[in-house]
Design a protein around this ligand. Structure first.
Ligand SMILES: O=C(O)CC[C@@H]1NC(=O)NC1=O
Ligand SMILES: [Fe+3]
Length: 411
């Protein structure tokens, strides 16, 4: 018998994404989903649930899935990179633009020049677009500040967004995104500044949950990345990395050797890296938006990842340089069309596997007793519909921590 404070969600098809389920999408029919405060307390056959004392919401046969989780974004930044994009469409490579002091550093300049209030305001519409699509948990990285004050400013904005919007935010320190202009030619000294100053101070201010690095020919070397990870490990900070995006420096093995949360991009990941990921339980985060926008041709080793059962997540990698897409559902479509992932793999990639990439696999990304009551009621019957059709929005109700938040943005 459901209690008076419970809410019984009735008459739905539930794609639970329960990793222990044997059915596709963890699909459950003719069951009630019972919510108490901000948690799911049970999913029981409807004919066994007595909802007389509680609020019953009949969703008339609609599909319910876990809220979407976008596990890799650079959403907080000033300015945009449309002009450079035109250069790239005329054939100039991403690395050349970066060498000309363009690329990440041009966004660093505009982010440094944008004050905290303005940075919050330009970030709002990007976050609101994702919330409207059904995202209930999102990761946000620093990495456009590249000095203590500016990195702190980005992370403060992430904290402010989390305070006013019905969404869970996981913040990541990506000070090791690129070498800032004032450290040009002195990458090692900049890594020392991060290890000795920026990272410990912002960690003790509780402003982020994990540390990320851009381990790449146009970013930081394997040795520099390892130095950063050793310093993070000393402070007990989980790690992840942008690795094997444009080349294979062995970054995936490095992240795996620190039992890292995730390796991201991984177009150039090889079998040694895959074996290391399998052993360490590190999530492979695929970013088809950057692949598409950079006109990349090297596909990530999807078949090998499948074969070795390495969990794959999908994310927008929302950023002004390589993936200016504030739409996780569009990225889900790209994951199908460009990477040939199956619809069920894609749904796991934005729910249970994305939660694992953020260290939240025990509380988020699945619909089962004890998990957060973050879920979406869709005007749809099957999960594939949300990957297949783009442009329209089939979101019918958005529930965050048990509270219906659908119209939070309609106002
Ligand atoms: O161009 C930018 O602003 C970020 C690019 C983005 N960052 C990274 O490490 N890899 C990427 O694709
Ligand atoms: Fe990224």
């Amino acid at each position: 018998k459901a209690q008076s404070q419970d809410v019984v969600w009735r008459n739905s098809r539930i794609a639970s994404m329960d990793v222990d389920s044997t059915s596709a999408y963890g699909l459950i029919e003719n069951h009630d989903l019972i919510v108490r405060d901000n948690k799911i307390i049970a999913i029981l056959p409807s004919d066994e649930v007595d909802g007389t004392d509680s609020q019953v919401i009949d969703v008339e046969g609609r599909l319910i899935t876990p809220g979407l989780i976008d596990c890799h974004t650079h959403l907080i930044f000033g300015g945009n990179r449309a002009a450079e994009w035109e250069q790239r469409m005329n054939g100039v490579s991403y690395e050349t633009i970066s060498a000309q002091g363009g690329g990440i550093n041009s966004t660093v300049r505009s982010t440094r020049q944008t004050d905290e209030k303005a940075l919050f305001e330009v970030s709002q519409p990007r976050l609101e677009a994702l919330i409207r699509e059904g995202v209930t948990t999102i990761e946000m990285k620093s990495g456009y500040g590249l000095d203590f004050e500016s990195e702190k400013k980005q992370l403060q904005v992430a904290k402010q967004l989390a305070a006013i919007y019905p969404i869970s935010v996981s913040s990541t320190l990506l000070s090791a995104h690129t070498v800032p202009p004032e450290y040009k030619g002195k990458a090692d000294e900049y890594i020392d500044l991060i290890c000795e100053d920026i990272m410990p101070k912002l960690w003790h201010e509780g402003l982020f949950e994990s540390v990320d690095v851009f381990c790449e020919s146009v970013g930081f070397s394997l040795e520099q990345s390892k130095k950063l990870f050793l310093a993070a490990q000393k402070l007990g900070i989980p790690v992840k990395g942008h690795v094997e995006q444009l080349s294979n420096l062995g970054g995936s093995e490095l992240v795996a050797s620190f039992k890292g949360l995730s390796v991201d991009h991984i177009e150039y990941l090889d079998i040694e890296g895959i074996r290391a990921l399998k052993k360490s339980g590190t999530v492979a985060v695929l970013l088809p938006g950057a692949f598409y926008f950079l006109r990349e041709t090297k596909l990530p080793p999807i078949e090998l990842l499948r074969e070795h059962q390495v969990p794959m997540a999908i994310s927008t990698d929302f950023n002004p340089g390589t993936s200016p897409f504030a739409s996780l559902r569009m990225i889900m479509n790209m994951a199908a069309v460009l990477f040939r992932l199956t619809p069920e793999e894609i749904w796991a990639g934005v729910t249970c596997h994305a939660a694992k990439a953020l260290g939240r696999e025990q509380t988020h990304g699945q619909l089962k007793a004890g998990y957060h009551a973050d879920f979406i009621v869709w005007n749809a019957k099957d999960p594939v519909e949300m990957i297949y059709e783009q442009g329209s929005n089939p979101l019918f109700m958005r529930v965050y921590q048990g509270v219906v938040t659908t119209d939070v943005l309609a106002a």
